[in-house]
Design a protein around this ligand. Structure first.
Ligand code: CP
Length: 301
């Protein structure tokens, strides 16, 4: 595809090819002039630390010219639309846009109106999709557990309802033939049944952890949450927080992941987030490599 809007519909071969390329980048094999003369803009209408910074670094490592657009300090504040913003940046010669937006489908909508040579990468839209997070999570899992996912038991825990990360992870895990995908959270924070197709769903974290090989914790997205979905943060932590005692229920050598930012002491304790089984900062490192692979594939063809 010309843009990367979602992982839905991406074949296993295409996904694996991106992961193999990302692994080479992670090992430091890259051409610093691969995107020489190409301008890439990170266009963020929602806050970000990891995604925006790692896309900027990824583009710079491949030799692109980089621009950072932050809606909160731009003419968006004067009422300029996202499409007008893109059109103006296209007029300056920008070819690659990495876009984060609070509305579901916003990046796909923009893709209908851009010039032929323009490339869009979805850096997270509403609750829908965060494809490069899905890719970096799969790269991290591959490094830890090998390329064959058919025997893996992966557990996703928490606020799945509001999570574009969970949706992209679920799509990628299915495409890669994961042995068992478990999802656990309070009923109020789980999405509709179609999103959870093929998953083993539970509301009992202690039971769901038994024998799991990878524990993918999610951030409680309080900014997207209506009142009353959880009783209290203390209750949530008691029922769905990952503690060192709970990690012991998982398979020996289980790995702990979280996309960040972390609500420390809510969905995960400090001891686990910073502990020996945590791959949380490895995920962040892999984010740069995966984003290099995506930018190269889309902007060099
Ligand atoms: N994981 C993630 O998307 O983090 P940021 O919101 O900081 O980019």
């Amino acid at each position: 595809p010309r843009h990367l809007l979602t992982l839905d519909g991406l074949s296993r071969d295409a996904l694996n090819a991106l992961l193999v390329r990302a692994q080479a980048f992670a090992e430091g094999h890259y051409d610093r002039r691969a995107l020489d003369g190409i301008a890439v803009c990170t266009l963020f209408f929602e806050p970000s630390t990891r995604t925006r910074m790692s896309f900027t670094l990824a583009a710079q490592r491949l030799g692109a010219d980089t621009l950072n657009f932050d809606a909160s300090t731009s003419s968006t504040r004067k009422g300029e639309t996202a499409l007008d913003t893109v059109k103006n940046l296209e007029a300056m010669g920008v070819r690659g846009f990495v876009v984060r937006h609070h509305e579901d489908g916003a990046v796909a909508a923009l893709s209908q109106h851009v010039e032929d040579g323009t490339v869009l990468v979805n850096a997270g839209d509403g609750r829908s999709s965060h494809p490069t997070q899905g890719l970096l999570d799969m790269l991290t899992l591959r490094q830890a557990k090998g390329n064959d996912f058919s025997k893996l038991k992966v557990l996703i825990v928490g606020d799945v309802k509001h999570s574009r990360v969970a949706r992209s992870d679920l799509q990628a895990l299915r495409t890669l033939g994961t042995g068992e995908i478990r999802v656990c959270g309070p009923a109020s924070l789980l999405p509709d049944a179609s999103t959870l197709e093929g998953c083993t769903v539970s509301h009992d974290l202690d039971a769901a952890l038994e024998g799991a090989d990878a524990l993918m914790m999610l951030r409680l997205q309080r900014e997207r949450m209506e009142e009353g979905l959880i009783a209290s943060l203390d209750d949530y932590h008691r029922d769905f927080g990952l503690t060192a005692a709970r990690v012991k229920r998982a398979a020996p050598g289980a790995v702990v992941m979280h996309p960040g930012p972390i609500n420390r002491g809510v969905e995960i304790t400090d001891e686990v987030a910073d502990g020996p089984q945590s791959l949380i900062l490895r995920q962040v490192s892999n984010g740069v490599a995966v984003r290099m692979a995506v930018l190269e594939a889309l902007l060099r063809g």
